[in-house]
Design a binder for this molecule. Sequence first.
Ligand code: NAD
Length: 309
Amino acid sequence: MDILVTGGCGFIGSNLACALVEKGYNVHVLDNLSNGKLENIKEYLGNIIFWRGDVTDKNYVDNIISRVDAVYHLAAQVSVAASIKEPVKDAAVNIGGTLNILQAASTYRIKKIIYYSSAAVYGEPVYLPIDEKHPKNPLSPYGLSKLTGEKYAEFYSKFYGLNIVIIRPFNVYGPKQDPRNPYTGVISTFLDKALRGESIPIYGDGSQSRDFIYVDDLVDLSIKILSKNTPQFIALNGACGERTTIKSLAERIKELTGSNSKIIFLPRREGEIYESYADISVAKQLLDFKPVYKIDDGLKKLIEYFKRG
Ligand SMILES: NC(=O)c1ccc[n+]([C@@H]2O[C@H](COP(=O)([O-])OP(=O)(O)OC[C@H]3O[C@@H](n4cnc5c(N)ncnc54)[C@H](O)[C@@H]3O)[C@@H](O)[C@H]2O)c1
């Protein structure tokens, strides 16, 4: 079975592409290398068909999709800050690129499309934990472009009969996440600072919380979606279902790394969501999804990876 992973040189996509090769799938990766690195899939390059190109290039997308049976669509403009600065660029990739994928998928009757949306579609939580029916009021052009992609996916599924699963990842962490990218996940940033003995910055008092999922668990969920029967159209939270405060996270990272880094408290960031965690019962019931990594297990595994260099 031929599987396309768009954004397959990025953090999540490279972990997914490599896991798919290990499962015996014939994997294609489409990436423009704007944020990802070929190095992320280097151990498997002999088994991956790599296409360097852009999801906004309709003819290029058509050509690749005509060769595959299923698509994981991860390629995206992923920075909330960049989406605020350049909403048109964000929409071109996140909406325009997604439309190219959906249109080609309907032309070539692709068996399954798995679209990576984001928990950013929910906006400020109205209740917790956040289930998939939670109101969607995105607070940024990024959240809005992801939600628009979802709505187009729903349209293509209903109108053209495509089998589409939406994943809404919460805060993902793990190997191959770039700690130097200013928009990267908080865990990679804290770990990098702790291992260098640099101060760990917390915006606000650190009582704000997030739901962190280790990338291997998200990959496991993604592969279950491909290999099991799913409804014609469904959205699933990609999360662990547990809340961790930012202050406890910083303290635990210091303990586990034995770091002397200072935790410094900076003014709270305007518009930052205070609390967020997911209800993952739909994925549990539908796919028997069980996240393996509690935050402590994931941190220990990631610290080993960082130390190996
Ligand atoms: N990391 C998280 O915590 C998180 C949370 C919610 C949602 N997501 C979603 O998961 C997906 C993967 O995120 P990630 O963290 O791995 O990001 P990433 O930036 O590491 O990966 C995205 C990949 O897409 C590629 N790309 C970007 N624009 C492209 C274009 N126009 N054409 C082709 N390739 C392009 C980049 O080069 C990169 O390799 C994204 O859709 C993102 O919105 C991630």
